[in-house]
Design a protein around this ligand. Sequence first.
Ligand SMILES: [Zn+2]
Length: 347
Amino acid sequence: MSATLLVRAPLAWLGPGSLVRDAAVVVERGLVTFAGPAGEAPSVSEARALEVDGFLMPAVADRHVHIGLADPGAVLLGGVTAVRDCGWPPDVIFPLADASELPNYNGPLIRAVGPMLTAPGGYPTRDRWAPAGTGLEVRDPGEAERAVRMLAGRGAVALKVALNAEAGPTVSDAELAAICSTAAELRLPVLAHVEGKGQVERALGAGVKEIAHTPWTEPLPDAVVEALAKRTRIVSTLDIQGFGGDTPEVRTAVDNLRRFHAAGGMVLYGSDLGNGPIPPGIDLREVLLLREAGLEPEAVLQAMARGPLARNAPGDLVALASNPLEELEAFEDLRLVVRGGRLVHAA
Ligand SMILES: [Zn+2]
């Protein structure tokens, strides 16, 4: 098999503000070496050439999954070529993340946070979905600091802290501060599961960089939304609040996310795959809820894309039968999935 792939399409979205007619993308040894008008593409003999009759764009990254509760092959086939696992025992998830880099791995690239940092007996240590080791209990600030360093050493791409006051005790302010300052020193973001009164404010005060779920338990005050928009990113996970049904939790989360986006906050697509009946791959319900939250079609694509298609970007592509900038339902009809230049699916 050739190490070079050339994909042509009548229309491609390469990244924000970059919509190209009659486009070509060249992937060599897993990385994009050209993305732009087909007329300007370098001539690549030996390349495997594909013409797709549709809309080409970067493949999708899901920034909140529990891959151990899902089928990785189905995730990849569904257009998601990279995931961030947001809570799983370290002895399982870090080796799996390593294995996901191999060309014969049938699934998306996995990046992981490892276990969630929590208080003794806190979320998710008593939750049935979470195998032993999904929570890492810390008893004082020193232990919190050592836990962050240990996880960073094992390859964590972020630290996740459980601030779930409804499911049990949470880490103290001093422990939270130790987690955030150690992570900052190691240049890793802190991601928080925030649930219960006052926990969003605690996360903000401590310097948490990402909120793992759009807050859903209460409408956030505008001042809190504005502060979140300035200082954090939010991983959407709207669909888990209703799985297609219209629930008060969906309404509250959509409204919170609408104001966050309007205030200029950065939204990341995430499904919380593994939590209830979330379909593997691109979750169209999540996509449509992002639209309900006021994200313009291009903002939805930006939230979903693994990254812009440009030189040296990962060679991860999807093609759709029609243009999602006109109708986001286009994500229902996936025509092509490429991970690292490797053809996964072609309709
Ligand atoms: Zn989760």
